[in-house]
Write a protein that binds this ligand. Sequence first.
Ligand SMILES: Cc1cc2nc3c(=O)[nH]c(=O)nc-3n(C[C@H](O)[C@H](O)[C@H](O)COP(=O)(O)OP(=O)(O)OC[C@H]3O[C@@H](n4cnc5c(N)ncnc54)[C@H](O)[C@@H]3O)c2cc1C
Length: 415
Amino acid sequence: MSETYVVLGAGAAGLAAVRAIRRRDEAGRIIVVTAECCPAYSPALLPYLLAGTVEEKGLALADQRFYDAHQAVLVSGTRVVGVDFERLAVLVEQGGAIKYTTLLIATGAAARGEEVPGATGADGPLTLRTLADARILQGRLEEAESVAVLGAGLAGLEIAMAVRKLGKQVTVLARSDQILCRNAEVGEATIVQGWLEEAGIRFLLGRGASAFEDAGRRRFLTTTRGDAVPADLCVAAKGAAPNTAWAAPVGVRADRGLAVDAGMRTGIPNVFAAGDAALTRHAVTGQVEAFATWPSACAQGAVAGANMAGADARLSGEIPFNVLPVFERRVAFMGCTSSEALRSLGEGVEQRVIGCPALGRGRTLWFHDGRVVGAVVIGSRQDAGRLRQAIQSGVGSAHRCGGVQWPLRRTSLRR
Ligand SMILES: Cc1cc2nc3c(=O)[nH]c(=O)nc-3n(C[C@H](O)[C@H](O)[C@H](O)COP(=O)(O)OP(=O)(O)OC[C@H]3O[C@@H](n4cnc5c(N)ncnc54)[C@H](O)[C@@H]3O)c2cc1C
């Protein structure tokens, strides 16, 4: 009997899986189910859509030609609400079921919202996770002169930059005392914050939003420290929650994502998970978490798809990799680069600085037990790939790393 592969989600992970399945199985049926009605798109490009530097058609990942070429059937506008793992059937909102022999859960994640007293649904805080969110935000931005962004992580900063490019007054609020807590130590975070401030973005750190108030034609947001921030519109960028609540029986951690092994298997027979919906292992710290980046989703989807079609592929541990373009500049984070991740390695972490990151060109590297474990590359496109490879393969001493002999300046580690 030929297989019926059902792929839930038409994002990076789901589509990578379709390619991998079809590479190994020419005969099986492939059914891709997605809640959205639009063609598959990249959420990572939504800030560029907001800024007007990319058009909607530039977001597209796959159209009908992709499904035809892979002999796959797309079932769009269909929300999954459960899976009957005994009957091997996916349950959909409209009623009815889709039978599978092998299932991939690649339903991504949804934005975590934030409630602010005084805000009605239309004021927000709005979020930016889907194309539908972006269209709503675009409409509201036409009227707004000032925007408050709640959250100073990568997504919050991308949104702040997009809105600033439109000429709006932008204030970023965060409860933490530094920006980019999950990606950077305070030194690198301060450099990036300086670049953003030069471009006119204001930061209020160490405080949250406590209320929205009308003041004539304009609106203000009051912070927990009593500041009044002009905010005709408020956008929350407080991280994401996996779209897996409906799949609770798959894993005890369904609220955080679905735990999988290195082959992307959930532990339920013939059920795999990949992308933002899955929890995988950090190559350096060993921690199990959702990596929620585009490269991770593609790699995980490819491993899942191959194994759904009978291969025995394994995902090597994850190396977080994020690139943040900051107007004309750029910063890349890879491996362990946040205080929390570096602390989790215990004693003996050394930091080395090459060049002059504070002046916009340099690298900060971290070493532990004789290997490079993290790097922040500021202002250059060079070496990022080689450094990432060095972190992944666990090589790279304090003097030679990523195939390059570098004159390293040792500094004390800020912790
Ligand atoms: C604003 C923003 C900026 C980003 N910037 C970057 C960046 O610069 N670099 C980077 O690496 N990553 C970035 N990311 C993250 C990156 O986009 C994601 O990690 C990646 O898209 C995850 O792919 P995925 O396939 O797991 O999920 P998604 O691409 O989210 O796809 C999920 C799919 O599942 C479907 N779905 C969801 N729920 C259901 C359901 N119940 N039933 C049926 N279908 C369902 C959706 O319709 C969709 O087709 C960004 C994300 C956002 C939102």
